[in-house]
Design a protein around this ligand. Sequence first.
Ligand SMILES: [Zn+2]
Length: 114
Amino acid sequence: MHEMSIAMNIINIACKEAEKDGASSISKIELDVGKLSGVMIDSLNFCYDAVCKGTMAENSTLSINEIPALARCKNCQHSFEIDAFMALCPMCESYEIDILQGRELKLKAVSVNE
Ligand SMILES: [Zn+2]
């Protein structure tokens, strides 16, 4: 499962950070997940709890900020929200767009217990 390896990665990085800070455990991990990142949030939440067991992140909370996807039309410069990679500009119906955001998958913050 895709989300399982993502969860393992996130927890690995977070545990290393927490260790560096001399923390005893992790209380919360915050993630930015773009709408076009291909990550299923429900599935990630489910995997997270399983992967946390036995690590410094056991019993921690996963907080996900869902980032909306935005594109800008190359033709008329109009910016608009999209929900797929292929989208038409609502102003001029051009399909030549730049995706500005929505592909994020990044660890935003790790909260630890001293
Ligand atoms: Zn346009």
